[in-house]
Design a protein around this ligand. Structure first.
Ligand SMILES: Cc1cc2nc3c(=O)[nH]c(=O)nc-3n(C[C@H](O)[C@H](O)[C@H](O)COP(=O)(O)O)c2cc1C
Length: 506
């Protein structure tokens, strides 16, 4: 049984000498859009304009404390548009295939979004599924659900949320290609998605909270998921100005079987027991730890000296937040131009803002990972491996030398990575995750790595640079290259640099 982060991460590791060939079963390719036959969705207008906000000002707005304001259906449509929409089309197997504003490992899009709405002008109270294909909402449960949602997702009952966003992953969508490794991508992809949601809420000046801690079984039941196939991973909420209705919330009835079947995405789905076992282990209560360690002190490497990152760093942005969200793409045609000093400063600055909010007082999601980077070519920074201490806004070189070529080799020989100016790295010590938070700590680490990965994607795009997330690497070789202690591992790599065709919104 796979029950710990140490076990799962090692079980899903790639080893150059033990890679098995895996032919994709195209007959059973998972459907990427969830559908509820027999229910007519409510169309949302796409004729909504994002506010002219700079990405930098939204990222720097560390935790929104804007006053509560009443939202309407147009606001919700805009939040969802900025959170996830279709942004590019290609032909694939004789049919149209759409890419989205949010990246996804292998473009397999495991993440689904559900919205519980209460007192939204123009929309009846209820629980809805968001359909990204047609930008619409399908009603799953009618009525105000806040008296159910608050006790399941908030330790200290606050106001009834106007909006609660539930992000889930459908296991087989990614497991079809990545098999046991797919749980890494369920979590990373959902983290990418969560970052879009948070920036959208900041852009609309909504106070919000985001949590990875909730009653899994009850939330899954509320959403009507087939838990053998689909599970909830993150919940974002926008408070309203009403208190939660008093009295007993009553039972949440089962949704009809037909609706639960919507979690099935292929006629022949294959089970990967390691994913189910490890996810299930994470539903145990999080142990109450005395102190949450700073991961940066637990991975076995440390720089000799630190350089401060000034708060005054000006981001050389060429696009605002809305355009950035709609123009983001993964780029791989990197060129060997050194990354500019201001652009590098902006990327480091972007990673230093923490607005982690958690429902369990001892969870501090940002502390579940630490960040480093490999400089290939950058103005005023010599090639080498660096660590970033985000809480102190400082970075320092651990080892000098050129590592990007070797890193490209370690990333399953994705040779183009050797050209890239910088490889950002997210690490963790899975043993410490287990000891501090139990199996759920792995969710915190990977969701946080995904969120920060998306922040890099968007910051790079806003500055006209290219970016690409990399989840495929030989795990042991990656840890060895960086000199991490034997218990620490690389979780995710994100490459950023100049690309052949500069990115602009035209
Ligand atoms: C978690 C994650 C891992 C990824 N890993 C790789 C990778 O190893 N190699 C690669 O070329 N692209 C990788 N990508 C990029 C995806 O292939 C890309 O997001 C997807 O094809 C959709 O294209 P788009 O980002 O341009 O919308 C990854 C993306 C994510 C979010």
């Amino acid at each position: 049984m796979i029950k710990t982060a140490v076990q799962y991460h090692d079980f899903s590791s790639y080893d150059r000498h033990k890679m098995e060939g895996h032919a994709l079963d195209w007959q059973n390719q998972p459907r990427v859009y969830k559908e509820y036959p027999g229910i007519d969705p409510i169309p949302l207008s796409k004729d909504v304009r994002p506010p002219e906000e700079k990405l930098s000002s939204l990222v720097k707005k560390a935790h929104v404390r804007d006053p509560v304001r009443r939202l309407d259906l147009a606001d919700l449509s805009l939040i969802l548009l900025l959170t996830c929409t279709l942004t590019a089309k290609t032909r694939h197997g004789g049919a149209d295939f759409f890419y989205r504003s949010v990246p996804s490992a292998g473009a397999l899009y495991p993440t689904e979004i559900y919205v519980a709405a209460h007192a939204i002008e123009g929309l009846d109270d209820g629980l809805y599924h968001f359909g990204v294909l047609h930008h619409d909402l399908t009603l799953l449960r009618a009525g105000d659900l806040s008296s159910h949602i608050v006790p399941l997702t908030q330790p200290q009952a606050g106001n009834a949320p106007q909006l609660a966003f539930f992000m889930t992953a459908i296991f087989f969508r990614s497991a079809w290609k990545y098999r046991n490794r797919a749980y890494r991508y369920h979590l990373l992809d959902t983290g990418h998605q969560a970052e879009h949601l948070i920036l959208a809420l900041k852009a609309l000046k909504c106070p919000f909270s985001l949590t990875y801690d909730f009653d899994d079984a009850e939330v899954n039941h509320l959403l009507g998921l087939d838990v053998n196939r689909e599970v909830s991973l993150a919940v974002g909420q926008v408070p309203g100005d009403e208190s939660v209705p008093s009295g007993v919330a009553g039972e949440i009835r089962n949704l009809p079987k037909e609706m639960m079947k919507a979690s099935c995405v292929s006629e022949k789905e294959i089970k990967y027991p390691a994913i189910d076992e490890f996810h299930e282990a994470g539903t145990d209560p999080v142990p109450v730890s005395i102190q949450v360690p700073g991961m940066i002190h637990e991975i076995g490497v440390t720089p000799g000296t630190w350089t401060e990152i000034p708060h005054s760093v000006a981001w050389p942005e060429v696009m605002n937040h809305g355009d950035t969200a709609f123009h983001r793409r993964s780029r791989r045609n990197f060129v060997k131009t050194p990354i500019g000093k201001n652009a590098m400063g902006a990327l480091l600055d972007a990673l230093c803002y923490s607005d982690s909010w958690s429902s369990s007082p001892d969870s501090n999601y940002d502390r579940s990972i630490c960040t480093g980077f490999l400089v290939g070519h950058a103005e005023e920074l010599s090639p080498g491996f660096y660590l970033l201490e985000t809480s102190k806004r400082a970075f320092g070189q651990v080892t000098s030398g050129s590592f990007t070529q070797t890193a490209a080799h370690i990333c399953l020989d994705q040779a183009w990575l050797a050209q890239t100016a910088v490889h950002f790295l997210f690490f963790s010590n899975p043993d410490l995750l287990d000891r501090t938070w139990g199996a759920r700590g792995y969710r915190y680490a990977m969701l946080t790595a995904g969120r920060l990965g998306e922040r890099l994607y968007l910051t790079a795009t806003a500055m006209g640079l290219g970016c690409c997330g990399i989840g495929a690497f030989y795990d042991r070789e990656a840890a060895e290259l960086l000199g991490l202690n034997p218990k620490s591992r690389l979780l995710y790599l994100v490459a950023v640099g100049d690309v052949k065709k500069p990115i602009n919104k035209d």
